[in-house]
Every structure is written in structure tokens, then in C-alpha cells.
Design a protein around this ligand. Structure first.
Ligand SMILES: CC(C)(COP(=O)(O)OP(=O)(O)OC[C@H]1O[C@@H](n2cnc3c(N)ncnc32)[C@H](O)[C@@H]1OP(=O)(O)O)[C@@H](O)C(=O)NCCC(=O)NCCS
Length: 176
């Protein structure tokens, strides 16, 4: 499987006509299913940087700190997608939305669910007089880049993730 293919979630298996989707503000009972969905999506193989940062504290922090910008998507009686965002107030007149995490169960991909989650977040940002929303993701996360582009994002800037392997560094020091 190519790197590009590894990062593409399965095409949705259902027809959008058959699936009723409900988007609502994230509730306390959504935290565990959203966390486990994130574990399914942000794998070490597909998204090493997202994998390393995603943990239960991440979702708890967003729910605690900016629950008005966190949304869940439900279909067939279960959580199938989520979005975790926030708003950063630089000055009274300059506010930025920061969409940090979003994910949709691959069984429900390409049904417009992430778009609906994004619309809910965008409306919340507009209500708070946010002037600009920013997102970032790995450069090889093609499906996310296509998704964000489809929602109107542009002006991409290079952003580089670096890692420092402390265990390898320690092994080198021990060898001397
Ligand atoms: C990216 C992601 C959230 C998109 O969710 P989704 O519900 O399938 O997206 P939508 O159905 O709303 O797609 C809207 C548009 O985005 C684009 N798009 C979405 N997924 C795409 C893909 N895999 N390939 C190409 N374009 C894609 C298309 O233009 C699509 O419109 P269309 O289906 O009419 O062509 C989902 O694939 C996912 O969870 N990926 C893994 C997690 C991730 O990378 N999250 C983002 C970083 S935190």
C-alpha cells in the first residue's frame, strides 16, 4: 500500500440517503467513544505525529476548556465523528478559531459528516466574532488537506515536525 493510500480512510460504505446524521455540542458521555474513535483514526502507521499527541487528556482538556467549540456527530445510534476546536483571543478585536482535531469513522466517510461538524464549529466562531480559522495537519494527510480545501481553507504554509529521540541519545551516551 502506498503512503498516500495508507492515509486515505476507506470510502464510505453507505449511501448518504440512508444515513440520518445528528450534530450536537459534545456531551460528557461522548468523551470515551470520541477518544476511542480517535485511537482508531490516528494510528502510528498513518499519522505518527497525531498518534503521539492523541490521548484521553487531550479530549478532556478540550471539553473542559472550550466545550462550546467541541461537537459530536451521531448516526445509527452511535458517535461517528467529532470536532475539537477552540478560540484564541489575541486582542479584543483579533480572535482566531483553531480547529485542532476532527475525525469521522471511515465506515461513514464521504457522507458530509465532517462538513456538518465544521459548519457547527464555524457558526460558533462567527457568533464569537472570530475573524479567521486556522488548521494544521501532517503534510501527507491528503484526505484532511482535501477536506479543509473543500471547506475554503487556503494559503498553506510549510510547517515542519521534528523529533528528538531521547532513548537513542541516551544509548549513544551510554556507549561512550
Ligand atoms: C478528513 C476527514 C475528517 C473527512 O471526513 P468526511 O466526513 O469523510 O468528510 P466530508 O464527507 O464532509 O467531505 C467533504 C469534502 O472533503 C473532501 N474530502 C473528504 N475526504 C476526502 C478524501 N478521503 N479524499 C479526497 N477528498 C476528500 C471532498 O471534497 C469532500 O466532498 P465530496 O465527498 O463531495 O467529494 C476524515 O477523512 C477523517 O476522519 N480522516 C482521519 C482523521 C484526520 O485526518 N483528521 C484531520 C486532522 S485532525
Amino acid at each position: 500500500m502506498s503512503e498516500k493510500e495508507a492515509n486515505q480512510p476507506d470510502e464510505g460504505k453507505q449511501n448518504s440517503q440512508e444515513v440520518d446524521v445528528v450534530i450536537r455540542p459534545m456531551a460528557i458521555d461522548d468523551l470515551a467513544p470520541a477518544f476511542h474513535l480517535g485511537e482508531k483514526l490516528f494510528t502510528l502507521q498513518a499519522f505518527p505525529n497525531l498518534y503521539r499527541i492523541w490521548d484521553e487528556f487531550e479530549i478532556i482538556d478540550f471539553y473542559h476548556g472550550s466545550s462550546e467549540y467541541c461537537f459530536s456527530a451521531f448516526a445509527d445510534g452511535k458517535l461517528v465523528g467529532f470536532l475539537l476546536g477552540t478560540v484564541i483571543e489575541k486582542t479584543k478585536r483579533r480572535r482566531y478559531g483553531y480547529l485542532v482535531w476532527t475525525g469521522v469513522d471511515s465506515e461513514y466517510g464521504r457522507l458530509g459528516i465532517a462538513s456538518k461538524l465544521f459548519d457547527a464549529y464555524k457558526d460558533a466562531c462567527i457568533n464569537e466574532k472570530v475573524g479567521m480559522i486556522i488548521v494544521d495537519t501532517q503534510a501527507d494527510n491528503y484526505s484532511a488537506i482535501d477536506f479543509f480545501t473543500s471547506r475554503g481553507f487556503g494559503d498553506a504554509r510549510d510547517h515542519v515536525y521534528l523529533t528528538l529521540d531521547l532513548k537513542a541519545e541516551q544509548r549513544r551516551q551510554d556507549a561512550h
